[in-house]
Design a protein around this ligand. Structure first.
Ligand SMILES: Cc1cc2nc3c(=O)[nH]c(=O)nc-3n(C[C@H](O)[C@H](O)[C@H](O)COP(=O)(O)O)c2cc1C
Length: 198
């Protein structure tokens, strides 16, 4: 698949089959992730693959408990697109343990070497995450970025033995899609692109 076509149809997949993804394919996704650029080639990223049923179960309980009040207080007057996204996010949280593989992306604060800054942790991991989701799309594997690590951090740190200096930055659901990949909906380029002058 052409890389632009993969980007164009790389929709967040919140409905995933339970079938396991072969280890070789997960390794291929992580290979793609670790081909990304990083500031000064610092490569401060770390990835934890979570596919153990017990670990997923325990993290899933933490996620579901933390997210329950958010889903219970759904904003009024959402349009169809926002409501579908909300329902999808709720489905993913409630079915955390059924997702075959979760990939946790962490980052160490090590750039610039003489005065490391938080901003470079995040700018290190997200290009890697985007490489990963586009590679997954090209392999007909669905993914969804989440922020679930933010609500289940103590449980994740304990169960996965995450060192204190590794900051949790992204958490991606990985599985075969239960729904179709669709073209992503983005605003017209003229709204966001400026040549020479804003
Ligand atoms: C940093 C980041 C955090 C996200 N967090 C969540 C999340 O917690 N739950 C979720 O269902 N989707 C999450 N998403 C997916 C976005 O909601 C989704 O990509 C966006 O709505 C556009 O939809 P599309 O990718 O299907 O076109 C996240 C995406 C990014 C980049």
């Amino acid at each position: 698949m052409d890389v632009i076509e993969a980007m164009d149809t790389c929709t967040a997949m919140r409905y995933l089959k339970e079938d396991p993804i072969p280890k070789a394919d997960i390794e291929r996704l992580l290979y793609a992730a670790t081909r990304a650029s990083s500031p000064g080639n610092s490569q401060g990223w770390q990835f934890v693959v979570i596919d153990d049923a017990d670990v997923k179960q325990d993290i899933g309980v933490s996620v579901a408990e933390a997210m329950a009040p958010i889903f219970a207080n759904k904003p009024e007057g959402m349009d169809g697109v926002a409501e579908r996204m909300y329902l999808g996010a709720e489905h993913l949280a409630k079915n955390f343990a059924k997702v075959p593989t979760w990939i946790l992306g962490g980052s160490r604060k090590l750039y610039p070497p003489n005065a490391p800054e938080d901003v470079f942790m995040h700018s290190t991991i997200y290009p890697a995450g985007q490489n990963l989701i586009v590679a997954a799309r090209s392999m007909n594997i669905g993914t969804c970025f989440t922020t679930f690590h933010r609500v289940a951090e103590p449980m994740i740190r304990k169960l996965c033995n995450i060192p204190q200096d590794v900051h949790l930055c992204l958490f991606v659901a990985v599985g075969y899609p239960e729904r179709k990949f669709m073209p992503v909906k983005r605003q017209p380029m003229e709204n966001v692109v400026h040549w020479n002058s804003f």
